[in-house]
Design a protein around this ligand. Sequence first.
Ligand code: IMP
Ligand code: MG
Length: 186
Amino acid sequence: MATFGGDMAQNGYTVEQMISAKAIAARIEDLAREIEATFKGTDKLVVVGLLRGSFVFIADLVREIDLPVEVDFLEASSYGDAMRSSREVRILKDLRGEIGGRDVLVVEDIVDTGHTLNHVMGLLRSRGPARIKTIALLDKPSRREVDFHADWIGFEIPDEFVVGYGIDYAQRNRNLPYIGKVKMDT
Ligand code: IMP
Ligand code: MG
């Protein structure tokens, strides 16, 4: 049985718990109530998860939303050039379903510079959804490069590199049940 020891040394860094699994679950309950109120009466809400980081969040979120829901996924990749403020965002995997005339909720793990969600929202809006909203588990407002605001945020965090609850560092740590910050060994 894995213990997920938060401070366990691994590959030159340790992970220190920042947001507990319990706190995440409590926040998701509140967010789900707000989402239900916003989309009350919808015939179907298409919940779109951005792969791969949102897979744990979307799984917990949809199970709290008491509305008719369809789940779809989209994968975008941002090729970052830290020195430039404009980044190329590519769609690696598009939605399977149509969203024209539908109510859509886009689910992201973290809004950082804002380029990914800004680009994805431009694309999805061009398909003519009835209503489209965004939710991100985490927001790092101090890192923003484009003016983007998610409709709902789980937690605002400082400029720290975080992992867990679906979020990775070099494809690792997605299975941590909490959000932790990466502390490089010195
Ligand atoms: P943005 O386009 O800069 O807003 O990119 C957001 C994406 O960058 C997120 O979906 C994550 O995949 C990734 N990202 C941003 N901050 C972190 C972090 O602290 N840990 C892991 N991935 C991150
Ligand atoms: Mg991502």
